[in-house]
Design a protein around this ligand. Structure first.
Ligand SMILES: C[S@@+](CC[C@H](N)C(=O)[O-])C[C@H]1O[C@@H](n2cnc3c(N)ncnc32)[C@H](O)[C@@H]1O
Length: 264
């Protein structure tokens, strides 16, 4: 994907919203149904998509603290009355986001960017404070294309290798994220509700398909695993199928709600 420009986040947000797993979301809502108020720490908030996705479903009065290290995205996230935007490098100071009154940690599209060590730190620090965690939209390495192209498998293999590169938190979990997140929370004694939250791009979703395919082609080139003509032929054919309304793509993600077993 072409970086994390705010317009990329805007482009993906409706697809993320559609993809979010309803059972997992409902488990989060249910867990706080009896509380009059709730303090939420949203990690790597971007422009605030989790507040927009979850906030309307929570019955409690909400106080959101939203953390990101990108000031321009935080500026766009800042204008909700019940939300504070806090600049923070989560690779350096995760604990700064978890300290204080926090009833729920949320995040989305983050855990495939982080390392296994950082994820272990999140689970241990959350468990030490007995905080439930709702982590949405972790990539799980599955990609299905329609129609099929002979290069699809090699492209996805190279994309997944690229996803493992360091994104600022150490070697990234990438496609392993979804499975490791569940395992790590279970290891600290949390019960975990999880379910598929796949992007399903239909023939009409031309803009996001084109953006995703271009981003993947660029990532594959960076790996050097495939030749330029192979990548260009694949991209040209796939973009033609997108333009002519023949293309659909499914990208696997998983949503997780993890909470201490003997919870509040
Ligand atoms: C894929 S975006 C997801 C944003 C948002 N949660 C969403 O779903 O739209 C990843 C976010 O992680 C943030 N991020 C990356 N590294 C970070 C770091 N070290 N500390 C804080 N935020 C970071 C980026 O600025 C970006 O907003």
């Amino acid at each position: 994907m072409s970086g994390f420009a705010a317009d990329w986040l805007a482009l993906r947000e409706p697809h993320d919203l559609r993809a979010r797993n309803r059972v997992v979301l409902e488990a989060v809502v249910e867990a706080f149904a009896d509380q009059p108020s709730i303090n939420i720490a949203d990690l790597a908030c971007g422009t605030g998509s989790t507040l927009r996705a979850l906030g309307p479903h929570l019955t409690a009065r909400q106080n959101w603290r939203r953390f990101d290290n990108d000031l321009s995205r935080l500026a766009r996230a800042a204008n909700a009355p019940n939300a504070t935007a806090v600049p923070l490098d989560l690779a350096l100071d995760l604990e700064g986001a978890l300290d204080g009154p926090v009833d729920l940690v949320t995040t989305s599209a983050l855990l495939d960017l982080v390392s296994e060590d950082w994820l272990a730190r999140l689970t241990v620090e959350a468990a030490a404070r007995r905080i439930p965690v709702y982590a949405a939209l972790s990539y799980d390495g599955r990609v299905e294309f329609e129609p099929a192209h002979a290069m699809d498998r090699k492209i996805v293999t190279a994309v997944n290798a690229h996803q493992r590169r360091d994104k600022g938190f150490g070697p990234a979990l990438g496609p392993k994220a979804a499975a490791v997140v569940v395992e790590r929370f279970e290891r600290v004694g949390y019960s975990v509700v999880h379910g598929a939250a796949d992007w399903v791009f239909g023939a009409a979703d031309r803009e996001i398909q084109t953006e995703v395919l271009s981003g993947w082609a660029a990532a594959v080139r960076e790996t050097g695993d495939l030749s330029l003509p192979d990548v260009m032929n694949w991209l040209t054919q796939r973009r033609d199928w997108v333009a002519s309304g023949q293309s659909s793509i499914r990208v696997g993600h998983v949503d997780v709600f993890a909470r201490p077993t003997d919870t509040r």
